[in-house]
Design a protein around this ligand. Sequence first.
Ligand code: COA
Length: 258
Amino acid sequence: MYSAITTSLENGILLITINRPDKMNALNKTVFEELNAAIDEVYNNREIKSAIITGAGAKAFVAGADISEFLGLKHSEGMDLAHKGQYIFKKIEDAPKPVIAAVNGFALGGGCELAMACHFRIASDNARFGQPEVNLGLIPGYGGTQRLTQLIGKGRAIELLITGNMLDAATALQYGLVNYVVPQEELLTKARSILELVNTKAPLAVGRCIQAANAVFDHTKDGFTEEVKLFGECFATHDMKEGTNAFLEKRKPNFTGK
Ligand code: COA
């Protein structure tokens, strides 16, 4: 049903693969539309507990927005493009279920921004990260200036933004941009093993952890107040009763997401 991405669901994990390997998986209009639909699936399909985003082939995660679609755009059309990209990436960031990036090669421009919108990142040892927009007379428009600064700090972010340089996987790990670096053939296994563990936890609590952590960067919210609210809400869930009872009865909890 999709043409520029593929999806497959296994053990509650939706694997979303950006599938334009001959164009380094660049984000064109179709990829954006289909990615948006796949993220809606993550929100709405109860069988999906978490998701992985990766790129097809061995070279690229996503080498950016499709540059061929930029030519001839006017000021207002540039803004529309940024609004659209930011909307979809914020939807990923706000997802009530974990969405992680398995970065299998170049994550440049919009690709780096996509990886940064995910809840965390795992990289293969050939991964490269960068925001090379200055080479095109552009700046990142899908949240990159903000999330890069949040993730690696202002000095390192500005250096990367204004030089357009790429980070190798080892440096990305050192900067805290990725949580793990693994050989490429182990990338999806590593991502799946983490999510299989997460999928055994109480789903509503998992979602609220993400929501509370996101509140740190939301200027309309006080994160501590948000935490109080979300903590309180957990007491109204069946899974909180199940989890605490299971602990006291020395048995494994059976979470239902209610
Ligand atoms: N948009 C559109 N097409 C892209 C693309 C992008 N962001 N990135 C790569 N491609 C296309 C190339 O045009 C090429 O297409 P062709 O075979 O029809 O000529 C194909 O993907 C392969 O890329 P190529 O440049 O030949 O591969 P490479 O191994 O020499 O270099 C990169 C790989 C990723 C370093 C290089 O493609 C690159 O710099 N891409 C652009 C990165 C960028 O500026 N991203 C920010 C966009 S805002």
